[in-house]
Design a protein around this ligand. Structure first.
Ligand code: GAP
Length: 514
């Protein structure tokens, strides 16, 4: 794929064409920022979950997994701070009636200066060719320096406004910058208001008795409220972790960029409970460990970078994002947070129940400190899909589209294809599948020419393609084609299991990323 901005479009259309991701309730024209995973998407999603669960839970004696309810007692969200502070500042354009995140409007305005710098760099490269020194150019070119100064100034003013929650100043800032609505082209803005991102509903059927409850905006709180249950029933000793995979819901004002930002999404979170004072050691440990988990997939180390937070949330004493180079640029894929004892302490206060651990070595009780690792499953899915989708020009000049998904995550591991639909070849192919299906997700494929079938399997990311031909009936050998190298080899049917397993086994990933 040549142009990065085209890649997201390609990913969306490829995902739909091959049954990975569909717009939700598409027959009714879809629902904004909501997507359904199709037959291949559900498999890929399950494989990602499995990789995470095995690496985090099964490879760690001291980490256990739970599955808490989506609905929780409303006080949970008071304690966690979500009722009072889980807000985004929103603004409406009175002419187009479109709603925006006020801070994002300013950020997008600032982005224009970044684009200007990129254009200046491209011009410099064109002018000076190989002798172009980008670092020196960025440090000395007057146009670039002017743009950078503007970026720094605007960013620091935005930061001050957001830190003081000054919504009047935010509106005045938007007006001062002459930011207009991209739809109506006018600056006819409403005041800026805070908008709580939690979805609420009512519990119970009698209106008067109904209590407001929320769809959880993160899975983490299901872990905190179960801290003592798990610690006591599992006889867990500090340090230990509790992991969970599940749905979370946020009424995002600006929900876009496909499955990157949705209103209903899935998180894979782990809270690691440690001794107070040891949290920064464990924070560094988990930051490195989670980075390894990502890199073990082999998508390429250049796809990842760390973004250490300078401005910390009031409950955190260290935080970093593992960012991924998505088609829209580097963005947060996973967060690693040192959350101190904030959540357990707040739950202790509001519930009146002690949430402490008696440490026999120290001979005292304390509220443990927490390191959190939190990754969005849908973002991980987008990362895998966008880094895997490739268009290749072959030696004969023809093109192929290949989805080089890491083999352990691929929906189908092997496609078995009879060369023709006659002479008993389909029966032989099915007999092979009947043996392999205990270990691998297999697909039987007999439609179209063999070349077209190879292309289709390349496009859906199947790592191995086995062809059954007339020779198979004589000597029990088949050809096996590798998705990535396109090399074909004649092998004995009895060797298939070993050959496939060597490449697709999750153990390969777990050895490096577990
Ligand atoms: N418990 C901590 C927490 O929820 P967060 O940074 O708000 O932290 C964690 O979310 C991860 O969840 C993010 O790194 C991202 O991968 C994913 N995520 C958050 N909001 C999302 C959304 N609207 N759509 C898809 N994924 C989202």
């Amino acid at each position: 794929m040549d142009k990065k901005e085209d890649l997201l479009k390609e990913v969306i259309s490829h995902a739909k064409e091959y049954g990975y991701v569909f717009p939700s309730s598409e027959i009714y024209d879809g629902l904004a920022a909501t997507y359904d995973y199709g037959q291949l998407g559900a498999e890929l999603k399950n494989n990602i979950k499995n990789y995470w669960w095995k690496a985090m839970v099964q490879m760690h004696e001291e980490i256990v997994g739970i599955d808490a309810a989506i609905f929780m007692h409303p006080k949970t969200w008071k304690a966690s701070g979500h009722v009072d502070a889980f807000n985004d500042p929103l603004i409406d354009n009175k002419d187009s009636k479109k709603r925006y995140r006020a801070d994002v409007l300013v950020e997008e305005h600032i982005e224009k200066y970044r684009d200007k710098i990129k254009k200046d760099v491209a011009k410099g490269l064109k002018k000076f060719g190989e002798s172009f020194d980008e670092t020196q150019f960025l440090a000395t070119n007057p146009n670039v320096k002017r743009s950078q100064e503007k970026i720094d100034l605007l960013e620091s003013r935005l930061k001050n406004i957001l830190e003081t929650d000054d919504l009047t100043a935010l509106k005045a800032f938007i007006e001062e910058l002459n930011i207009v609505c991209p739809i109506s082209g006018t600056a006819n803005w409403t005041d800026v208001r805070q908008f709580n991102l939690m979805f609420s509903t009512e519990l119970g059927s009698v209106a008067g008795d109904a209590a407001t409850i929320y769809l959880r905006p993160e899975t983490a709180q299901g872990i905190f409220v179960n801290f003592l249950n798990v610690q006591k029933t599992g006889r867990m000793k500090i340090p230990f972790g509790i992991a969970q995979i599940g749905k979370a819901f946020r009424n995002e004002i600006v929900a876009r960029q496909f499955i990157f930002r949705m209103r209903e999404f899935e998180q894979m979170e782990m809270q690691y409970f440690v001794r107070p004072g040891e949290e920064l050691k464990w924070y560094a440990y988990w930051k490195e460990k989670r980075t390894k988990w990502h890199k073990a997939l082999g998508l390429g180390d250049a796809y990842y970078r760390h973004h250490d937070h300078v401005k910390l949330a009031h409950y955190a004493n260290a935080a970093a994002d593992i960012e991924f180079d998505f088609p829209m640029g580097f963005k947060e894929l996973e967060g690693i947070h040192s959350r101190t004892d904030f959540d357990l302490r707040k739950h202790e206060e509001l519930s009146g129940k002690k949430l402490q651990f008696f440490d026999p070595e120290l001979n005292k009780s304390y509220i443990p400190y927490v390191i959190e690792t939190s990754i969005g499953l849908d973002r991980m899915f987008l990362a895998v899909l966008s880094a895997s989708l490739k268009k290749e020009v072959l030696e004969d000049g023809s093109e192929r589209t290949v989805l080089s998904i890491p083999p352990a995550l691929a929906p189908y591991k092997v496609a078995v294809m009879p060369l023709t639909k006659k002479d008993g070849l389909p029966d032989k192919a099915r007999a092979i599948i009947n043996e392999l299906k205990f270990s691998f997700q297999c697909q039987y494929d007999e439609k179209d020419s063999i070349g077209k079938r190879y292309r289709r399997q390349d496009a859906i990311g199947t790592p191995f393609h086995v062809t059954v031909d007339h020779q198979t009936l004589e000597d029990n050998t088949v050809t096996i084609r590798d998705r990535d190298t396109m090399q074909q080899e004649r092998v004995s049917i009895s060797d298939l299991h070993k050959i496939i397993d060597e490449k697709v086994s999750l153990n390969n990933l777990l050895r490096h990323g577990g």
